[in-house]
Design a protein around this ligand. Structure first.
Ligand SMILES: [Zn+2]
Length: 113
């Protein structure tokens, strides 16, 4: 599963940070998962819960921010909402629309003790 591999990557990032910063436990992790990233937030949450068990992030609260898709239209030169990859421009109905936002996938913040 895609989300499981991503969860393991996140855990690696958190574990490396905990070694470097020498904190005991992570109580909250904030992630940015764009609407166009192809990642299913609920599935990700489930997988994180699994891989966090017995680690520095065991029981951590997971906050997932989902920035919407946004693009820039080459047809009319305006920025437009982009509900899905390959969608047409909402202003002129054409394109191509270049994806500007919405594909983010990263750890934004973590709260530690
Ligand atoms: Zn347009």
């Amino acid at each position: 599963m895609h989300e499981l591999a991503l969860s393991e990557e996140i855990l690696t990032i958190l574990t490396e940070n905990s070694r470097r910063e020498r904190f005991e436990r992570i109580v909250q992790v904030t992630l940015e998962v764009g609407k166009l990233s192809g990642v299913e937030p609920e599935s990700l949450r489930f997988c994180l819960d699994l891989v966090f068990r017995g680690t520095v992030a065991d029981g951590a609260r997971v906050v997932i921010l989902e920035p919407p898709g946004e693009g820039w239209c080459f047809g009319c030169g305006a920025s437009t909402d982009l509900p899905e990859i390959g969608a047409s421009c909402l202003h002129c109905g054409g394109g191509p629309v270049d994806r500007m936002k919405g594909s983010e996938f990263r750890v934004l913040a973590m709260d530690v003790i």
